[in-house]
Design a protein around this ligand. Structure first.
Ligand SMILES: NC(=O)c1ccc[n+]([C@@H]2O[C@H](COP(=O)([O-])OP(=O)(O)OC[C@H]3O[C@@H](n4cnc5c(N)ncnc54)[C@H](OP(=O)(O)O)[C@@H]3O)[C@@H](O)[C@H]2O)c1
Length: 223
């Protein structure tokens, strides 16, 4: 049986493209990763597919389990749809207490060939999540990475990852996590209130991608 507390990174809602892509890159970099789902058997199926395709390229490991199980990992990432973010973390609060939780969640809606940002109560999903689990140090990061490329180890990715958090230890831990992935550069973007602009900017990137049939990401000049 998996000892979930020894897993490096647990990804809640990890069976979607975003969580799978991040988990794959972290496992390729040598970390032990738990992919979480509301249904443990679904997570195990998803992981079996990932290992079948990429197993020989993984320096670390990937395991599938229930969200409750992967939330026991040393550090946790939230990768659910925005509508589910607050209720999901609230239900997992005891497991998340005194840990770093990284939200990669964006609140967006599509209108024709445009993605529009929704502004949630408290300004961003990350700040709403922080309010839901006050005993957890929430950071926001990874919102701008294209899931499809992250999930393809043959796709080179070069990107800046903006990291924000109110707790400096959450910023530091998240920046170290970003650094594990080749091609990604973490940038400390300040406190969690910056998540409002960071999450909303994803709508601009996604709209560019729709209009230009691209999979762009963020790379800042001058820094
Ligand atoms: N797609 C991208 O390129 C990308 C990039 C960066 C960030 N993001 C953000 O990352 C998050 C995940 O993106 P995604 O494209 O992977 O999303 P997704 O496929 O729609 O959802 C991810 C997973 O969340 C779980 N889920 C769905 N509805 C739920 C609910 N009501 N309650 C609890 N869990 C639920 C599902 O897992 P189970 O059914 O197995 O529980 C699903 O596989 C989003 O907030 C997105 O904005 C996406």
């Amino acid at each position: 049986m998996e000892r979930w507390e020894t897993v490096d990174i647990g990804i809640i809602g990890g069976t979607g493209p975003a969580g799978r892509g991040l988990g794959l890159r972290l496992a390729a970099a040598g970390m032990s990763v738990g992919i979480g789902s509301r249904d443990a058997s679904r997570a195990q199926e998803v992981v079996a597919g990932m290992v079948e395709t990429w197993g020989s390229r993984l320096k670390g490991s990937i395991t599938g389990g229930a969200n409750e199980q992967v939330a026991a990992a040393g550090m946790v990432v939230l990768a659910t749809p925005w509508e589910a973010a607050v209720t999901t973390v609230r239900a997992l609060e005891p497991a998340l207490r005194a840990k770093v939780l990284v939200s990669m969640v964006n609140a967006l809606v599509r209108e024709g060939r445009e993605m529009l940002p929704l502004v949630p109560a408290r300004g961003s999903i990350a700040t709403a999540v922080q309010a839901a689990v006050p005993g957890t140090a929430v950071a926001a990061a990874f919102q701008h990475l294209p899931a499809r490329e992250m999930g393809d180890l043959d796709a080179g990715i070069v990107a800046d990852v903006l990291v924000c958090a109110d707790d400096p230890s959450a910023t530091a831990a998240t920046m170290s996590l970003v650094e594990r992935i080749e091609g990604l550069r973490p940038l400390d973007a300040g406190g969690l209130s910056q998540a409002l602009a960071i999450e909303a900017f994803t709508a601009v990137l996604a709209t560019l991608n729709i209009r230009h049939r691209a999979h762009s990401t963020l790379k800042l000049a001058g820094i």
